[in-house]
Design a binder for this molecule. Structure first.
Ligand code: ZN
Length: 253
């Protein structure tokens, strides 16, 4: 144990984070490879066909949050009422953060345990091509996103998932170029934006292959990751060591 960090969150709870390196989870040794695609409608689609969702606030909680935010806008600056409303908002947001963190831990552990190699999109490339993806690749992809807040939560969940995967499966996470993953047919390899019929449906204009659009993308990611793995065996090298950030742990009350 080399260092620790003490913080207090918006819900006024204390956390202590140790820079302990988690034991990597052993690869199953089955040769199984999974591709993971980040979606908007679902948080992550797996090449196995599984669709995963980052938990967000339940409907009643989300409504309560809106009400509290309205109250906050009306409360006089410096008043006790304002402080109380602020604390209630913080508590709700902390709950959401906890759920997301729990989801990230369970999902990353499951993937690291079940698969030898995990293919994910390289976000550095993805961010550069984001606008093109929105307009050419799947026009409704961005339009459909419910709100900036939701997008931010999903993005945060995705970033944390990839980070924890790299901790738990060091050297087994392969980042692939996401540029053609959503418009390439996984059955025949034909690349066409029109095959992305809607946010949810992929239907190949060349061979007629139909699949959930995110799952089709995840399968392309898996296949590209397999290609990388083969290349690595020939000597190009797998990803190197990763930085390990301290992970916050909630202290028992
Ligand atoms: Zn096809």
């Amino acid at each position: 144990m080399k260092s620790f960090r003490v913080t207090r969150d918006r819900g006024r709870r204390w956390h202590v984070a140790f820079a302990a390196i988690p034991e990597p989870i052993p690869a199953p040794g089955t040769g199984d490879v999974v591709g993971v695609d980040r979606g908007i409608a679902v948080s992550a689609a797996l090449s196995t066909g599984d669709l995963l969702n980052v938990p967000v606030l339940r409907e009643a909680e989300a409504k309560r949050l809106v009400r509290l935010q309205r109250k906050l806008a009306r409360a006089a600056r410096g008043s006790n009422r304002r402080a109380r409303v602020k604390a209630a908002i913080a508590k709700l947001k902390a709950r959401e953060t906890d759920r997301r963190r729990d989801w990230v831990e369970r999902t990353s552990t499951g993937l690291a345990r079940d698969f030898d190699v995990i293919g994910v999109e390289d976000l550095k490339i993805k961010n550069m091509t984001r606008s093109a993806r929105g307009s050419i690749d799947a026009p409704e992809r961005n339009v459909r996103a419910k709100s900036g807040l939701n997008r931010a939560i999903l993005a945060a969940g995705w970033g944390q998932l990839v980070e924890r995967l790299e901790h738990k499966a060091p050297g087994r996470v392969v980042k692939v170029d996401p540029r053609y993953t959503s418009r390439t047919c996984n059955a025949c390899g034909h690349v066409a934006g029109e095959s992305r019929e809607s946010q949810a449906v992929f239907r190949c204009v060349a061979c007629g292959h139909q699949a959930n659009a995110d799952v089709n993308a995840a399968r392309n990611i898996r296949d590209t990751a397999v290609g990388h793995t083969v290349a690595a065996r020939r000597g190009s090298g797998l990803p190197g060591p990763v930085n390990r950030e301290p992970q916050p742990v909630l202290l028992p009350a």
